[in-house]
Design a protein around this ligand. Structure first.
Ligand SMILES: [Zn+2]
Length: 257
């Protein structure tokens, strides 16, 4: 028999659920884009500058969509308009030619001012303080260092861009493994070729040194992120120095083109 207490209990649960959902909704409230956001893109994002007018429009839509879906939270750092625009640019650049791309494995980005605490370093941060893609309890969270984020776009010819590096890890991870092979976008028939090309290049780096950042020789996952920074920042140089690698990256990133 249903007692008055049971009814009351059910009501309380329903109210709590409503409050909880409402709170989530409020936390995810869309922060409007700053008035000058297109100027920021134009001033800081080389990739955007090089697009034609219709592509710029698409890039802007993708930025808007990304920022409406992902929460960016400052952790002892103020999230400024420029930071939001640069993070979104770093997210869109690698997947620009893949029109239906969604970062389904990302819910929140934490912006750190300069360095991580020891706990996060142990969880596998990149090049001690630049950034990391979360695992375990930090699944679906990316941490990015504000200073490195900005340097990545200010120095746009040095083959280093932390935001691109971290988003490439997410793309790689989308198929379930972070192994340098983005099976979700790379056609199956090229997977083995890419895997052996990565291994061979890493071996070459270890033996002879390289113009590729040596951090890329850590493992195939780091190689893929490091070489992607190179691809997006200095494509001409990569094409000259490593034509096979360049060709495979074109296949990976420009599949939709
Ligand atoms: Zn990395």
């Amino acid at each position: 028999m249903v007692t008055i207490f049971q009814i009351l209990f059910a009501l309380i649960i329903i109210i709590l659920i409503i409050l909880f959902v409402f709170k989530i909704k409020r936390e995810n409230e869309i922060v409007p884009l700053p008035e000058n956001w297109k100027e920021l893109l134009h001033d800081y994002v080389k990739f955007y500058q090089q697009l034609d007018e219709s592509e710029k429009k698409i890039f802007e839509e993708r930025i808007e969509h990304f920022l409406s879906a992902v929460q960016i939270t400052g952790a002892n750092a103020v999230v400024e308009d420029l930071d939001r625009i640069l993070i979104a640019a770093g997210a869109i650049i690698p997947v620009f030619y893949i029109s239906d791309w969604q970062y389904i494995n990302l819910h929140e980005i934490l912006l750190y001012p300069g360095s991580f605490n020891a706990d996060f370093e142990q969880a596998g941060s990149d090049r001690p303080i630049a950034g990391m893609v979360g695992t375990g309890a930090m699944q679906h969270v990316m941490i990015i260092n504000k200073w490195q984020l900005r340097q990545g776009f200010i120095n746009n010819h040095d083959a280093h861009n932390t935001a691109i590096h971290e988003f490439v890890h997410l793309i790689d991870k989308m198929d379930g493994t972070m192994d340098g092979v983005p099976e979700i976008i790379l056609e199956r028939k090229y997977v083995e070729r890419w895997r052996s090309l990565m291994d061979a290049t890493i071996q070459q780096m270890k033996t002879y040194g390289s113009d590729i950042d040596m951090y890329g020789a850590t493992n195939p996952a780091e190689f893929f992120s490091v070489i992607s920074e190179y691809f997006f920042e200095q494509p001409g140089q990569l094409k000259t120095n490593h034509p096979d690698v360049y060709e495979m990256l074109e296949r990976i990133y420009k599949t939709g083109k």
